[in-house]
Design a protein around this ligand. Structure first.
Ligand SMILES: Nc1ncnc2c1ncn2[C@@H]1O[C@H](COP(=O)(O)OP(=O)(O)OP(=O)(O)O)[C@@H](O)[C@H]1O
Ligand SMILES: [Zn+2]
Length: 476
């Protein structure tokens, strides 16, 4: 697969450090308010990306953090709790993290490998800062804050393609008190009365944002790892500064190989953002539209382009989702009517090929979604009408390829498993039970593997075997 790497400004072949294992980190939310459709765009994109890699046989370790202490959180707690804020501030991130998980579920976003929180990793962060001070990349200000000295790392500005001289000229002439240079940024922020604090050698306080993400990503993924992502607004300064910190700490050019940035979700051309007051929450959209419809709506814009929020697109996406379900339901029912042999050749392969070709080419979900929808309509208009002219094998093959495509985009998540498939799985499980009883373990394992290949997982409990479908969580 070719994917655009912000670090090189080029489309590159996606090759992981360890074969068959993809490790990635996506900057998470600052949970001080409801998640909105702009946030959803980022996490759905990486969910599709991850599902695609999984379909290609990768194990994917995706880490999404929570920036659960921040000025915005403190301000929100003050607004809500007044003088009690000092005691009760944690309720703010707790509430919005819960909402994030609820919305992720409704959007069918698969669980991440880890969801680290800043507040649970402060000790590690303090250790990093100590090391950075010792190595001479950071200095303490009179108030006890610790700053990272940007001028000490070679090639500062590589990611955002800016020259440090120009950045300096553009920055305010007078650095803030305590900073040697206006571009320097806080690794540790000294305590202000009334704010939450953690202990550290310099003064009580809390860590700075850029440091937090380097510490949490490398802690869970090792160093270097494969991809690091987020919204395009994070390229500078956030990701630039992460790279600078990692360079200082590990002595490497880059701690992540591919930097993947998602374009803005906009309202009248402007980034959807709390501060601009043009926010539509996920909760609101998902009370009117299905998770599949919103996923399709996202898919219809290429991830690097801006996407204008629109209810018309959502309506259209909901219709598409219905068609995608109809094709699935009806073909599932019709499989039983298929014949023994193929009397006619059906031209469905091009939808499948073009679907994957589109994703291989910088993850073009707009084209992939069109192909999936095209196949859905082809199933309804042609396959169903010719079902008696094709073999059961062919019918099942179309169905399973169709489902595989839909599962990458995550748009058939509430499907019922068709009766026929259910029966076939049951029969296979029964035969396998018999084989195990007869100690024919090799054959039994073969059946297990074949079923795993179509997403059916077997769980043995003594003599009994239960099975689950990897998508949907039905245990029987
Ligand atoms: N309108 C948007 N379009 C695309 N991505 C966005 C948008 N808003 C936020 N993001 C991304 O969502 C992730 C979480 O961001 P964060 O919680 O820092 O939000 P934010 O940018 O502060 O948004 P807001 O100002 O609305 O709170 C980041 O990767 C960020 O780049
Ligand atoms: Zn980050």
């Amino acid at each position: 697969m070719r994917i655009y790497n912000t670090a090189t400004r080029q489309l590159e072949e996606f090759v992981t450090y360890t074969p068959r294992l993809a490790r990635g980190y996506v900057c998470g939310i600052t949970p001080y308010d409801s998640v909105h459709v702009g946030h959803g765009r980022v996490y759905v994109f990486f969910d599709m990306f991850r599902r695609y890699l999984e379909a290609q046989g990768y194990e994917v370790r995706l880490v999404i953090n929570f920036t659960d202490i921040d000025d915005k959180i403190i301000n929100k707690a003050r607004e809500e709790f007044g003088a009690e804020a000092y005691k009760r501030w944690r309720e703010v991130p707790e509430r919005y993290i819960a909402e994030f998980f609820e919305m992720s579920k409704r959007l069918f976003i698969e669980p991440a490998y880890a969801y680290p929180k800043v507040t649970e990793n402060v000790e590690d962060m303090v250790a990093w800062i100590k090391a950075l001070v010792e190595k001479g990349y950071a200095y303490t200000a009179p108030d006890g804050s610790v700053y990272f000295e940007v001028g000490k790392v070679p090639n500062y500005g590589v990611l955002s393609r800016q020259r440090i001289e120009e950045l300096m000229a553009g920055a305010r002439v007078e650095p803030e008190p305590g900073k040697r240079n206006p571009l320097d940024f806080a690794l540790w922020k000294s305590w202000t009365p009334g704010e939450p604090w953690w202990n550290a050698p310099w003064c009580p306080g809390r860590p700075g944002w850029h440091l937090e993400c380097v510490v949490m990503s490398t802690k869970h993924l090792g160093m270097p790892f494969d991809f690091h992502g987020g919204g395009a607004d994070l390229i500078f300064p956030h990701h630039e500064n992460e790279i600078a910190i990692a360079k200082a700490y590990f002595g490497v050019d880059n701690f992540a190989r591919y930097w993947i940035h998602v374009g803005y979700l906009t309202v009248r051309g402007e980034k959807m953002s709390k501060s601009l007051g043009n926010v539509v929450t996920l909760k609101e959209v998902l009370s009117k539209y299905s998770g599949e419809a919103l996923r399709l709506a996202y898919a219809m814009s290429h991830y690097r382009k801006p996407m204008e929020f629109s209810y018309e697109v959502l309506d259209q996406a909901e219709e598409m989702a219905k068609t995608i379900y109809t094709a699935y339901d009806e073909l599932g029912q019709a499989v039983g009517d298929a014949g023994e042999e193929d009397k006619e050749a059906l031209d469905y392969g091009r939808y499948v090929e073009e679907f994957y070709a589109a994703l291989e080419d910088d993850f073009s979900t707009p084209q992939a979604a069109q192909q999936l929808y095209g196949l859905a309509r082809y199933i309804i208009s042609t396959v169903l009408h010719k079902i008696d002219k094709i073999s059961r094998n062919t019918a099942l093959s179309i169905l399973s390829q169709y489902v595989k495509m839909a599962d990458i985009l995550g748009v058939l998540e509430r499907r019922e498993v068709p009766k026929e498939v259910e029966e076939a799985v049951k029969a296979a499980v029964e035969v396998r039970a018999k084989l195990r009883k007869d100690r024919q373990y090799q054959l039994a394992d073969y059946i297990r593997e074949r079923l795993a290949g179509i997403g059916v997982e077997l769980h043995d409990f003594g003599q009994r075997t239960y099975y689950t479908y990897r998508r949907g969580n039905r245990l029987r």
